[in-house]
Design a binder for this molecule. Structure first.
Ligand code: 173
Length: 317
């Protein structure tokens, strides 16, 4: 009798443990074939393996599941639990989101200087989100072109943007068009755009090198890609699951030095693929980067009189 009971218990316990496992649904605002997503899927596999009985993340997919610019709202409303996205893709929820591109302080330091707390306060208040970790850092954006320029003047050019680049490119006279990454290739192919803004890396994932002649140097800003979660879901997690997930997110963020060498290599790959660089003299280059920063913060402060200055204090150098 005793033995049968023990056997029954033994059979039941793993099932009970599994029953307590929390499942979270995660989407990506970036296309599934993009490197950010592959890297995140690997992270998810690690999370699931080491977190058996605690947390299981279900990767739902990329923009085919939820369109790029709707991912933020899906997290806010709890249609999904987590997302891999960037602030520029959810400025519809909160203009402050786009300010993370202006960070000159790395994520590890943001955790120490109050930036991380401020971001979480704003993200909670305005987008019902927990901001978990920044998983892309040390990565400049660039302007890519199919028409040659000899000075920072984009008059007469049509450039694909997201909110990241809008103020800066418009200040240089560009006419602009917002699209998700998934639409850039076709826009280039059809000649609808003369260029686009994009980080130094991850062009090849989407085959844009086939349709790109020039990269303008230097780069500007600091590309941000982060993991965010629905705040209600996050708060309702069993403490053990929340702590575990938090630790794994921090461990992912702690790998950001990876991007430094990756980006150097991407530059080489671009040159090998025949993408020529357009550069200016030292004074013009300096003015170009300064202008980007100046219009970036002016835009952030104008869009958020409430938090713009506070964000600048902890993110800018
Ligand atoms: O260009 C973009 O789509 C964009 O805003 C972005 C932001 C961070 C990483 C990659 C792209």
């Amino acid at each position: 009798m005793k033995k049968t009971l023990l056997v029954a218990l033994g059979a039941l316990l793993p099932a009970l443990a599994l029953a307590q496992e929390v499942t979270l649904r995660l989407v990506s605002a970036f296309p599934e074939n993009q490197f950010y997503v592959k890297r995140t899927v690997e992270w998810i596999e690690k999370v699931n393996k080491e977190g058996q009985g605690v947390v299981h993340i279900n990767f739902i997919g990329g923009p085919k599941a939820i369109p790029t610019f709707e991912v933020g709202n899906a997290v806010k409303t709890g249609v999904v639990d987590m997302a891999l996205t960037t602030g520029a893709y959810y400025t519809n929820l909160m203009p402050e989101a786009d300010a993370l591109k202006l960070a000159e302080v790395p994520a590890t330091e943001q955790r120490k200087n109050g930036a991380f707390e401020l971001i979480n306060k704003i993200w909670a208040e305005k987008a019902n989100m927990a901001y978990l970790a920044r998983v892309v850092d040390f990565t400049p954006f660039h302007l890519y072109l199919n028409k040659k320029i000899d000075k920072p003047d984009l008059t007469g050019l049509k450039i694909r943007i997201t909110p990241v680049y809008r103020d800066f490119f418009q200040a240089m006279g560009a006419s602009v068009m917002t699209t998700a990454p998934g639409e850039v290739y076709t826009a280039l192919e059809r000649g609808v755009i003369d260029g686009y803004g994009w980080p130094i890396h991850a062009l090849f994932d989407l085959n844009w090198q086939e349709k790109t002649k020039y990269r303008v140097d230097p780069g500007f800003y600091n590309a941000e890609v982060s993991l965010v979660a629905n705040l209600d879901k996050w708060k309702a997690l069993p403490p053990k699951a929340r702590d575990y997930l938090n630790r794994q997110a921090i461990a992912y963020e702690a790998q950001n030095d990876f991007w430094k060498s990756y980006n150097e290599n991407e530059k080489k790959r671009q040159a090998e693929a025949g993408i020529q660089t357009i550069s200016f003299d030292a004074a013009t280059s300096r003015a170009y980067v300064e202008k980007a920063k100046e219009v970036g913060w002016a835009g952030a402060i104008k869009a958020s009189p409430q938090y713009g200055e506070q964000l600048k204090k902890v993110l800018a150098k």
